[in-house]
Design a binder for this molecule. Structure first.
Ligand SMILES: Cc1cc2nc3c(=O)[nH]c(=O)nc-3n(C[C@H](O)[C@H](O)[C@H](O)COP(=O)(O)OP(=O)(O)OC[C@H]3O[C@@H](n4cnc5c(N)ncnc54)[C@H](O)[C@@H]3O)c2cc1C
Length: 459
């Protein structure tokens, strides 16, 4: 059996459904194929459930700190983990149902449930049925990367998906991987009441950030009494009764950490190994990410790769922007490019880290003459009033062009305030322009012009 469409979209993550909306709106017949959960990672096992859990963890933290604000409770703060989980499940379920009903109700859209596999450049098979189209959009996302550590097959471990199934607080959660996903889970579970140890192979946490940012994040986590081991190679895993023993080697010697639960958070891999890309001739890199050009076209004409599977972004907003680029180029005659995108993201620990553009180290290695300014959150009125003064802001600019190259806001509201700088960078205005702005008091954002006023040359 075979069917033909004007376009096929594989995957209903952050790019596919919106693209289906634009394509059907342009009069095309579109098949949308989903093998598992409508809405993909962000909705079901990524941003939405984790940020819901982060909100519960923050509520617990604030409740414990009540007395600091003159708010008194009669007993200790208790966590109802079933209720915490239900909240996250409910928010994901609502979003998932929303994506599914949107697609099913979309004129011109045929929803097909099953695993899609290429059988040729413009043909895929789903459960034995062949579907053809001159345009195919791959939006298959990724999944947790599980390392080949000695002993891994003999122990139980969690990934970002299965950890969401916990409805009791772990006694001791060992997190392998001290980057964005691992640290969010580490802090939330510590605040739910678990003992937590983070094991990171690199010499510092979130090693792609500047040293000062990594160090401040470590301090924040250690203040929460999270044990952090960096420069730590995991040499083996073994069952220890119902627990798991994680053997690590650091410069300080060997250590075995025994946890009740083990979370693997060392990175993500694209869902391209079971997609039959060879049959289509679609090229991948050595890590399995689909190779694309600046307009997200693959090596096969009429086939595009959008979202995490192309390795050009790893976020919901980058996947969505991929949709915008492809739709604008295809349907609006635009010439939008992924290389015009300014990198921006956040680490949603408390306080959060908002990041945009280059790190200080990247800016230095670009060879430009630099201006840098920093300001501790202890000198941000809003942070003082909220008694949340951990972290700092840092801005790096080009001394010649006066363009901002990058910034980090680690501190209360940092995930929101960073957009002031992101917007400036997108508008490509020189930084002195912002000094005439009149921001709202008292906010974290109001200090951005002040920090910019403090920019000073560095070697
Ligand atoms: C724990 C965690 C927290 C995160 N938090 C954030 C955050 O706070 N902010 C942020 O911006 N990003 C966050 N992310 C990243 C974000 O979730 C992803 O970048 C985003 O979901 C990528 O979307 P996508 O469209 O590329 O693919 P996905 O959302 O992964 O969707 C891909 C879809 O394709 C389907 N599929 C795969 N293969 C096939 C096939 N062969 N046939 C049919 N269907 C298939 C899958 O079932 C899935 O539904 C987080 C990720 C994780 C894991």
């Amino acid at each position: 059996m075979s069917r033909s469409f004007d376009a096929i979209v594989i995957g209903t993550g952050q790019a596919g459904p919106s693209l289906a909306g634009r394509l059907t709106g342009a009069g095309m017949s579109v098949a949308v194929i989903e093998r598992k959960l409508f809405g993909g990672t962000c909705v079901n096992t990524g941003c939405m459930p984790t940020k819901t859990l982060v909100a519960s963890a923050y509520a617990a933290h604030l409740a414990r700190r009540g007395a600091d604000f003159g708010v008194l409770f009669d007993g200790p703060v208790r966590i109802d983990m079933k209720r915490v989980k239900q909240r996250a499940d409910a928010i994901s379920a609502k979003a998932r149902a929303g994506v599914e009903s949107w697609l099913r109700g979309m004129d011109g859209c045929t929803v097909i449930e099953g695993h899609a596999r290429f059988t040729g450049p413009h043909e895929v098979a789903v459960d034995g049925e062949r579907l053809g189209a001159p345009r195919i959009f791959i939006n298959v996302g990724g999944r947790a990367l599980v390392p080949d550590i000695p002993g891994i097959d003999g122990v139980g471990y969690l990934t970002n998906t299965s950890v969401l199934g916990l409805d009791t607080v772990p006694r001791h959660l060992v997190v392998i991987g001290g980057s964005y996903i691992g640290l969010e889970f580490a802090q939330m579970h510590r605040r739910f009441g678990a003992a937590v140890t983070v094991v990171e192979q690199a010499e510092r946490l979130i090693a792609r950030e500047d040293d000062d940012v990594s160090e401040a994040v470590r301090e924040i986590l250690e203040t929460d009494e999270i044990a952090v081991r960096t420069g730590a190679e995991v040499s083996g895993l073994a069952p220890r009764g119902d627990d798991v023993a994680v053997s690590i080697e650091t410069a300080g010697g060997r250590e075995t950490i025994v946890g009740s639960h083990l979370l693997m958070a060392i990175g993500r891999r694209p869902n391209t190994d079971d997609l039959g890309l060879e049959a289509a001739g679609v090229e991948m890199d050595e890590r399995g990410f689909i190779s694309v050009d600046d307009g997200l076209a693959t090596s096969v004409p009429g086939v595009w790769a959008i979202g995490d599977c192309n390795g050009r972004g790893a976020f919901t907003h980058t996947a969505y922007n991929d949709f915008e680029i492809v739709a604008a180029n295809l349907l609006d005659g635009a010439d939008r490019r992924v290389s015009d995108r300014i990198p921006a993201y956040a680490l949603f620990i408390d306080p959060p880290l908002g990041r945009v553009g280059m790190t200080g180290a990247e800016a230095r290695s670009s060879g430009r003459p630099l201006m840098v300014a920093t300001r501790p959150m202890t000198r941000v009125g809003r942070a003082v009033e909220k008694d949340e003064t951990k972290g700092f802001m840092k801005v790096v600019a080009d001394a010649d062009s006066k363009q901002i190259l990058g910034a980090a806001i680690l501190g209360t509201g940092g995930d929101e305030a960073i957009h002031g700088i992101l917007d400036m960078m997108n508008a490509r205005v020189p930084y002195p322009t912002l000094q005439w702005a009149v921001p709202i008091h008292p906010t974290v954002s109001e200090l951005i012009p002040t920090v910019i006023g403090d920019l000073a040359p560095v070697d």
